[in-house]
Design a protein around this ligand. Structure first.
Ligand code: NAD
Length: 386
């Protein structure tokens, strides 16, 4: 009989992680988690409050064969903190987890990161199962070993790398994500294709166009998962800590973070990264000869995200504040960068980053005024005509 799910194997350096995915296969996935983890005495089942419906079914299926201790978490950046991690660790110990137990994280990237860090710390490392329920988590965050929480000074400042035992995703879980929350994952897929897999543009275009046409979005979501994993997998295999070649997935995040931060939350992460990619393309066009056809590919794909007009979204952002955020960009320290410059991932052609210093990550220093000029071009929505 045909398996109700498909199985990929992700490599992170020498470590390998099975990734099981399918549609309407939650019970089979729960069974597979138990079969593959083998000798298991309990599961700390950490679930996002908003996926209770999906989580109840999975927890019930797991509970047929193993003791399940449930903890609900509100998925919000303000709760992605060390006290929440401690709360999970205390629940694990109070719930009599042992070194034969596992932590399951069911939710988006927020819950995945909180529970992922807890799994890394519990008994100095407990088996971790990711059950991603958002596009960001399914296509991006779980294809990464990074587990981190926020400090008062900024996002993801405390964390570690941790290899999960297994990732399992029923794409039906993703079908309840609101359209605005979908956008983040879709923008990251546009980024993955532009930087690492330009040959997948037709598949991505079909998936993005199919999302709204298909009421339950399942075929499109499956294609997006495959695009995310296919683009990112070779990079995390070779660079599991994402401090070298895999830093290309920071594409669009330099200007993007500044736009997101200065907008005070009005512009979400996905939209900001989309504008950030257009800014990066404009910088690369001017300084590294990115061809007009590749710039046009950026516009084609970003336009499929259905964003409002760039001019309307960007014109009121405080330019001095953007300059100030760029000056403190968190990629500082990865390579040489003079005061007044910012390190960026740039493309010299779609699918190929401008190299950084020999042996270093693909980050190039760009004077902040050049970034601001490119930002103004994007904000004027005049990129096509320059
Ligand atoms: N390498 C990494 O570890 C990595 C990569 C990318 C992002 N992240 C982190 O991931 C987080 C963002 O993840 P996200 O975009 O998944 O956001 P999220 O986890 O905050 O989820 C977004 C919203 O969707 C809700 N939700 C989740 N699944 C749902 C479902 N199936 N149906 C309905 N609602 C659902 C959540 O409750 C939340 O309100 C950030 O904290 C980011 O730092 C980590």
């Amino acid at each position: 009989m045909r398996s109700p799910y498909e199985a990929l194997t992700l490599a992170f350096g020498d470590a390998t992680v099975p990734y099981l995915y399918g549609t309407d296969c939650a019970a089979a996935l729960a069974g597979a988690v138990l079969d593959r983890l083998g000798d298991l005495d309990a599961i700390l089942f950490v679930a996002d409050d908003r996926v209770r419906g999906h989580a109840d079914a999975v927890a019930a299926e797991l509970a047929r064969r193993v003791r399940v201790e449930r903890v609900q978490v509100e998925a919000a950046e303000r709760h992605k903190t060390l006290p929440t991690v401690q709360h999970l660790l205390e629940a694990a110990v109070a719930g009599r987890l042992t070194r034969r137990s596992a932590v399951a994280a069911m939710g988006g990237g927020t819950v995945g990161n909180i529970a992922g860090l807890a799994a890394a710390l519990l008994f100095r490392g407990t088996r971790l199962v990711h059950l991603p329920t958002t596009p960001v988590a399914a296509f991006d965050a779980t294809v990464s070993l990074k587990q981190g929480v926020n400090l008062s000074a900024g996002k993801n400042l405390a964390g570690t790398y941790f290899v999960p035992a297994l990732i399992a995703c029923d794409l039906a879980w993703l079908s309840t994500v609101p359209r605005t929350d979908l956008l983040t994952g879709l923008a990251e897929m546009v980024k993955n294709v532009l930087v690492a897999a330009p040959g997948l543009e037709p598949k991505l275009t079909r998936a993005l166009e199919g999302l709204d046409a298909d009421p339950d979005r399942r075929a499109a979501l499956r294609a997006l998962l495959e695009i995310g994993v296919e683009a990112k997998a070779p990079y995390v295999a070779a660079d599991p800590r994402e401090q070298g070649a895999a830093l290309i997935f920071e594409y669009g995040h330099t200007a993007g973070h500044a736009i997101e931060f200065v907008s005070g939350g009005r512009i979400g992460h996905g939209e900001a990264v989309a504008w950030g990619m257009l800014v990066a393309a404009e910088v690369a066009r001017r300084r590294h000869g990115l061809a007009a056809g590749d710039v046009a590919a950026h516009h084609r794909l970003v336009s499929l995200l259905g964003l409002p007009d760039a001019a309307v979204r960007l014109r009121d952002l405080d330019r001095d504040a953007i300059r100030a955020v760029l000056a403190k960009d968190n990629k500082r320290g990865y390579g040489p960068c003079a005061p007044g410059e910012v390190l960026m991932v740039l493309l010299d052609t779609a699918g190929r980053a401008v190299p950084g210093p020999p042996g270093g990550p693909p980050l190039v220093p760009v004077p902040v005024p050049v970034v601001m000029d490119a930002f103004e071009t994007v904000a004027l929505n005049a990129l096509e005509s320059v």
